[in-house]
Design a protein around this ligand. Structure first.
Ligand code: CP
Length: 357
């Protein structure tokens, strides 16, 4: 049976701007992040025409991916699944471990090795942290290793969410100097929110970024992330007063209370209404600021905010699929097939029937 795993050090990327396993955001450098953001935009431009969609769909027709999602997911599962389909990758899945031979006592290692016998990529979401890293390490010891993607590991890390968050920030600030120099607020259950933890790790790549953590004391950002920020000279502040910091923020990243990790009803013991966004908070936010949320949302984000042009979370969600297409292209070293396209002449030659993108 699958055993408990603990937080682990990142499995290094293969070096440079190449990608193989995607386990821990700490291995991502600015050059790779910029390349992924550009590639994401190029892919979604190509996908707008039938000819482009066909081109994308033939790039990885010879590849198969396997989803091992033993913790619930809507967005990550669907966006990766559709990202695979955009590129012609065929997919299979185990979402309920009670339907796999793990219930017969098959070890974690044997299960992962078995998956790798049939597919070219394993995408994993797990309840426990460290499992994807463990799978990646195993892959590195066998004759036919396949890449492993961490699609959310317990309350620890969610690296591809952080990539799509970077893309959303980069795109939103494209007319204002990009992410460099921005003040980014992160609010909610920062202690157990893997999305904000991973996003913090990527911030070392951007100059003069200031972070503001807005959380109840019981759910403050953990020391491992704070130490990382200190090591990389990234200034951060902590507050419980949203109203005091709202006017200075360029982005507010809202997260829900992660009650699924409660051991003794920690969430009901805290008044989270102070850590929510509604129409009153919108009036205090800069006109050009953006509001992000990894979703799903809880009461911390009033649906009335959806109508505000600063609400970026539905675009953020869609950005996730395109960023994951870019990640898959990098893993299978097919990015140059898109990067080398002359997009203008391709559009002129094939811009027959635009698709919605
Ligand atoms: N943002 C995110 O990870 O959503 P899901 O849990 O629905 O995949």
């Amino acid at each position: 049976m699958i055993q408990e795993a603990i937080r682990e050090q990142p499995v290094p990327a293969t070096g440079g701007t190449e990608l193989f396993h995607v386990i821990d955001p700490r291995v991502f450098e600015r050059r790779l992040l910029d390349e992924l953001c550009d590639l994401t935009t190029q892919v979604r431009t190509v996908a707008k025409s039938y000819a482009g969609a066909r081109l994308l769909q033939e790039l990885l027709l010879n590849r198969r991916a396997m989803f091992h999602f033993t913790q619930p997911s809507t967005r990550t599962f669907l966006s990766f699944n559709n990202a695979c389909h955009v590129l012609g990758i065929r997919t299979s899945e185990i979402r309920d471990p009670s339907t796999s031979s793990e219930v017969k006592g098959e070890s974690f290692e044997d299960s992962i090795r078995t998956f790798s016998s049939y597919v070219d990529l394993i995408i994993m979401r797990t309840h426990s942290p460290g499992r994807a890293a463990q799978a990646a390490r195993l892959m590195d010891t066998i004759p036919r290793p396949v890449p492993v993607i961490n699609a959310g590991s317990g309350s620890d890390q969610h690296p591809t969410q952080a990539l799509l968050d970077i893309y959303t920030l980069d795109r939103s600030f494209s007319e204002r100097g990009g992410i460099d120099g921005k003040i980014i607020g992160m609010m909610g259950d920062l202690k157990r929110g893997r999305t904000v933890r991973s996003l913090c790790y990527l911030m070392k790549n951007y100059a003069d970024v200031h972070l503001v953590f807005i959380a109840p004391e019981q759910f403050a950002m953990q020391n491992d992330v704070k130490h990382h920020l200190e090591e990389h000279g990234i200034p951060f502040r902590e507050t419980e007063q949203l109203g005091k910091v709202l006017p200075e923020l360029d982005a507010l990243y809202v997260t829900r209370m992660q009650s699924e990790w409660d051991k003794a009803d920690e969430c009901p013991a805290v008044d989270f209404r102070r850590f929510s966004v509604g129409t009153k908070e919108l009036r205090m936010l800069k006109p050009e600021a953006i509001i992000m949320h990894p979703l799903p949302r809880g009461p911390e984000l009033d649906p009335a905010v959806d109508m505000d042009p600063r609400a970026m979370y539905w675009r953020q969600e869609r950005n996730g699929m395109w960023m994951r297409v870019a990640v898959l292209l990098k893993i299978f070293r097919m990015e140059s097939r898109i990067q080398d396209l002359d997009l203008e002449s391709f559009a002129a030659q094939h811009g027959d029937k635009p698709l919605v993108s």
